[in-house]
Design a protein around this ligand. Structure first.
Ligand SMILES: Nc1nc2c(c(=O)[nH]1)N[C@H]1C(S)=C(S)[C@@H](COP(=O)(O)OP(=O)(O)OC[C@H]3O[C@@H](n4cnc5c(=O)[nH]c(N)nc54)[C@H](O)[C@@H]3O)O[C@H]1N2
Ligand SMILES: Nc1nc2c(c(=O)[nH]1)N[C@H]1C(S)=C(S)[C@@H](COP(=O)(O)OP(=O)(O)OC[C@H]3O[C@@H](n4cnc5c(=O)[nH]c(N)nc54)[C@H](O)[C@@H]3O)O[C@H]1N2
Ligand SMILES: [Mo]
Length: 731
């Protein structure tokens, strides 16, 4: 309530928060955790309230604001300050060589973009980014437009997020998504929470863990940090029932070293194989690669497993035995696994372990990659994909009635490389904050500045509005919480949650400014301004989103009777072969055990591994405040969490100011003015907050196969700070 009242006042707060995640309300723009079928009036968490309140701010970033503040002035302000200024009210343009954005009409904005696109030498010089809040309708229309233009250049935030999960699962179980439902949690024996901080990033997941624990499940938390949301959890509604007991959510915490999960899982697999109790019928009938897995497990030495994971053998045997005896195990994970150099293969070690016990397509068991942005999974399902398969495009062509480009496009890292090579003329962003979210901030900034025209469809001011192409546009749009009225009346949109359930989301608030357009409307006008052949009745489609959904039904697998089924009370679940029928859409129709060498996690003596993580008061690059309450850190975000013994060894105390230098393939990157804080983290490991530390993440350091930046594996050296900090314009 406090977070709401500060930004929207009392009455609007009550009205708004009681619509979050309700059947007639809007989907929380926070995370992608699913809603229970039977809802209480309060289906939101502290951080969801922050996200909603942040969107419901007044539209004070208006033409007068931009007339008052130059780009140079704005660039000197912190991310926290930029976000605090309110919603953006009008389309704005920053003309080449000018220091202030000035207002322009929507028509002029689209004409500017249309010209720029039509003047490109090749459509492949246009790149279209998406952040994962975009609805299914907007995303579907957007990809249809980009493909009508003739390119697959569609990098999206998931390239930096769960791409490794999609690849890791797709290759082994034939679907790049999770296989559990919310109800499975209530039937599980064991729940693994790996490389994830749900107390801050998916708070409503804690309720599912609490309920599962009350039914007897064991929760095993694998993380270099203790992450206190898992230690002492009290459901907010228990305060009202005066049931003030806290639940210890995690029964076991394995304080693995950063990057040590592959070794740890190889240990679990060894224990399981020795223990027996495998699901032999399943292995026999439905998998391949079992013998090779056994052979490789026999070869691996315990000494290597213990050294690389940082966990002693006794503990691995104890936890491995619990896992080996479990009749129903769920594995949840997030960025601690996906943003590693071995992001894909470490997820496949998790797959190996669960396949041994047949923990897939069985009640209470399966894979649960916990998604970030509230519709990032839906965006991919409906076509935001730089590397689509032919089968996917065949169906899309059938539905849309025009030819699709087949050559794969740029993902996020390749888009930045292309900018640096001056191969990008127009860069269009549907939401997000590309400059701050991507690695290697200085390299990205340099890349962005080579582009002729950059366009940001946004709700709030961020650093990507300040580090731009030669000409820059801001197109302000409606948020998820706002009423979307088109020619046929009030519209709703649809989204897919982390467990593959598609449902409606209806904005209820008065739009922050009468000038705002919906995202589908922006796409339609973009198409009309820049396509040589229209192919679709863009205006008609936007007049009534049912028309967009009818097109989706024709163009996508699993969307039959979309308009009818998505209107059902709890929406509907998309097809999921492993979950529905224990079948696997791999080439041979089997689930695959895979063998990977132990990754090299060795370090030189003077080096540390840095992970870049989220605080409790941020939503990705949106900084709500400068605290991290659950970790006991207040008033500063430029902090380095470091082991007390590592600090003592260097003669350093709390608050000592250091500079960090990252090392990769002979290159270094340095960033100064960081304060040390002694923290419960393994020796040799440190943690900092993103986006501040993103200038240290090397562009070319990416995960094998998924090309995801290794935001959780940055090799650094630490020195006392001597040189002057260079200002944060691009940091
Ligand atoms: N309030 C809020 N909610 C959010 C977001 C937000 O910024 N704020 N962001 C949304 C998005 S887009 C996403 S993707 C999710 C992110 O959700 P998380 O993945 O929970 O986010 P991170 O802060 O990146 O945390 C990663 C966790 O992995 C651990 N970790 C790091 N390296 C390793 C490792 O090598 N092994 C293991 N086992 N653990 C490791 C870290 O200690 C940390 O606990 O949250 C979503 N929800
Ligand atoms: N070092 C490091 N880097 C990381 C990560 C990390 O853990 N460490 N995590 C990565 C991950 S998992 C992700 S998902 C990315 C996130 O990357 P992005 O999705 O690009 O970044 P966000 O900060 O979520 O974007 C916030 C902006 O989106 C706009 N916005 C908000 N709501 C809406 C809306 O409804 N419509 C539109 N059009 N715009 C809207 C606002 O203007 C806001 O400023 O960052 C990645 N970067
Ligand atoms: Mo994410």
């Amino acid at each position: 309530m406090k977070h709401g009242i500060k930004k929207m006042g009392f009455v609007k707060t009550v009205k708004t928060l009681t619509m979050v995640n309700q059947k007639a309300g809007f989907d929380c723009p926070g995370c992608a955790w699913p809603d229970p079928d039977h809802r209480t009036p309060f289906e939101f968490c502290e951080n969801g309230a922050k996200a909603v309140a942040d969107e419901a701010m007044k539209a004070t970033v208006n033409p007068a604001f931009f007339a008052k503040h130059s780009i140079q002035y704005l660039a000197e302000q912190s991310d926290h300050w930029l976000n605090k200024q309110g919603r953006i009210s009008h389309p704005m343009i920053l003309k080449e060589g000018e220091n202030h954005y000035s207002p322009l009409s929507w028509d002029d904005a689209f004409e500017t973009i249309g010209h720029a696109i039509q003047n490109l030498d090749s459509v492949d010089e246009a790149v279209f980014y998406t952040s994962g809040r975009t609805s299914n309708e907007a995303a579907f229309l957007y990809q249809a437009y980009v493909r009508a233009l003739g390119t697959n250049n569609m990098p999206d935030c998931s390239n930096m997020c769960h791409e490794s999960s999609g690849k890791g699962l797709g290759q082994t179980i034939g679907i790049g998504k999770g296989t559990v439902t919310l109800d499975d949690f209530n039937h599980s024996n064991v729940i693994l929470v790996i490389g994830q901080n749900p107390g801050t990033n998916h708070p409503r997941m804690l309720t599912a863990l609490r309920d599962a624990k009350h039914k007897g499940s064991t929760v095993i938390h694998i993380n270099p940090l203790p992450e206190s949301g898992l230690q002492r959890f009290k459901h907010p509604q228990d305060y009202m029932k005066l049931n003030l007991k806290t639940t210890q959510l995690s029964d076991h915490h394995l304080q693995v070293k950063i990057g040590g999960d592959a070794a740890l899982f190889k240990g679990f697999i060894k224990v399981h194989l020795e223990l027996g109790g495998l699901d032999e019928a399943f292995i026999q009938a439905s998998t391949t690669g079992y013998d090779a897995l056994v052979a490789s497990a026999n070869e691996i030495e315990w000494a290597d497993i213990v050294r690389d994971s940082g966990i002693d053998k006794e503990t691995i045997v104890k936890i491995g035995t619990i896992l080996g005896k479990s009749k129903a195990t769920i594995a949840c994970w997030a960025m601690g696994l996906t943003q590693q150099p071995n992001g894909v293969s470490v997820i496949q070690e998790v797959v190996n372990l669960l396949l041994l016990g047949g923990h897939v397509g069985r009640q209470g068991a399966g894979f649960c990659p916990v998604r970030g942005h509230s519709n990032v999974q839906g965006d991919r399902t409906v076509g935001i994909w730089e590397a689509p398969t032919d089968a996917f495009l065949d169906k899309m062509e059938q539905g849309l009635g025009f030819n699709m480009p087949r050559e794969h496009g740029y993902d996020v890292v390749n888009a930045i490389r292309a900018m640096k090579d001056r191969k990008v003329g127009v860069f269009f962003c549907m939401g997000g904050n590309f400059l701050s979210a991507t690695p290697d901030t200085h390299a990205t900034a340099k890349g962005l500045r080579t582009v002729d025209l950059t366009i940001q469809v946004s709700t709030k001011l961020n650093r990507s509005h300040l580090v731009t192409g030669k000409t820059a546009l801001i197109l302000p749009c409606l948020g998820r919480t706002e009423r979307d009225v088109q020619s046929s009346g009030n519209q709703f949109v649809t989204v897919e949650n982390s467990m593959g359930v598609v449902h409606t989301s209806t904005g209820t608030l008065k739009p922050a400014s009468p000038t705002l357009l919906s995202e589908p409307d922006i796409v339609a006008r973009l198409a009309q301004a820049s396509l040589k052949t229209l192919h679709l009745d863009w205006k008609g489609l936007v007049g009534d989103y049912d028309g967009i959904r009818d097109l989706m039904e024709k163009s996508l697998h699993g969307f039959d009777e979309y308009n009818a089924r998505v209107r059902q009370e709890n929406g509907f679940a998309l097809p999921n072969p492993p979950r529905d029928t224990r079948s696997f859409a791999t080439k041979d129709g089997k689930a695959h055990f895979t063998v990977h060498p132990l990754p090299d996690v060795s370090l030189d003596d003077d080096k540390y591994v840095m992970m870049t993580i989220r605080s409790h008061d941020q939503y990705n690059t949106t900084i709500y405040d400068v605290h991290d309450r659950y970790r006991g850190i207040h008033g500063n975000r430029r902090v380095v969490m470091m082991n007390a013994s590592d600090m003592a060894e260097r003669g350093w105390k709390n608050r000592h100011v250091v500079q960090l230098t990252s090392h990769f393939q002979g290159e270094t990157r340095t960033s100064g003015q960081w304060q040390l804080v002694a923290y419960d983290i393994p020796r040799g490991n440190i943690a900092t907050y993103f986006p501040e530390s993103n200038s240290l993440v090397p562009l070319n350091s990416t995960a094998a196969e998924s090309n995801t930046p290794t935001s959780k594996w940055v090799i650094v050296s630490i020195d006392s700070h001597h040189t002057q900090h260079s200002g944060h314009e691009e940091e």
